[in-house]
Design a protein around this ligand. Structure first.
Ligand SMILES: [Zn+2]
Length: 101
C-alpha cells in the first residue's frame, strides 16, 4: 500500500484497510469535545462499534454513553453535538421531542 494514502486501522475489529476502499465507512466516533471522525472497514463494524455505547433505550431512541476521563456523557443519539452527565436529563430532552437524528 505504498501509494501515498497509507493505511487505516478499523477501531472495531483492528483490520487494516485502504482509505479509498469501497467498504470504508465514515462516522462520528463520539463526543469528546471535538467530534472525532473515524473510519471503519465496514458498515457492520460501524454498527457494532456504536452498540457498545448503548446504555438504554428510551422512547425507541437509543441513549449512548461514553466515558471521558471520570465523566460519563449521555447523548440522545449518536454523533449528538451536546451531552448530559445525568441520564435523567437526557431522557427529559427526549420527552420534549426536540431530538432528531
Ligand atoms: Zn472492522
Amino acid at each position: 500500500m505504498a501509494d501515498g494514502y497509507g493505511v487505516l486501522i478499523c477501531p472495531y475489529c483492528g483490520k487494516k484497510f485502504h482509505p479509498l476502499s469501497p467498504t470504508n465507512h465514515n462516522g462520528f466516533c463520539y463526543f469528546n469535545g471535538d467530534l472525532t471522525r473515524r473510519a471503519f472497514c465496514s458498515a457492520d463494524c460501524y454498527e457494532n462499534y456504536k452498540e457498545q455505547f448503548v446504555v438504554n433505550v428510551y422512547s425507541d431512541l437509543k441513549i449512548y454513553c461514553v466515558k471521558v476521563g471520570n465523566e460519563k456523557r449521555y447523548m440522545p443519539y449518536w454523533g449528538c453535538a451536546y451531552y448530559f452527565t445525568d441520564i435523567e436529563e437526557c431522557n427529559a430532552v427526549i420527552n420534549l421531542k426536540v431530538v432528531q437524528e
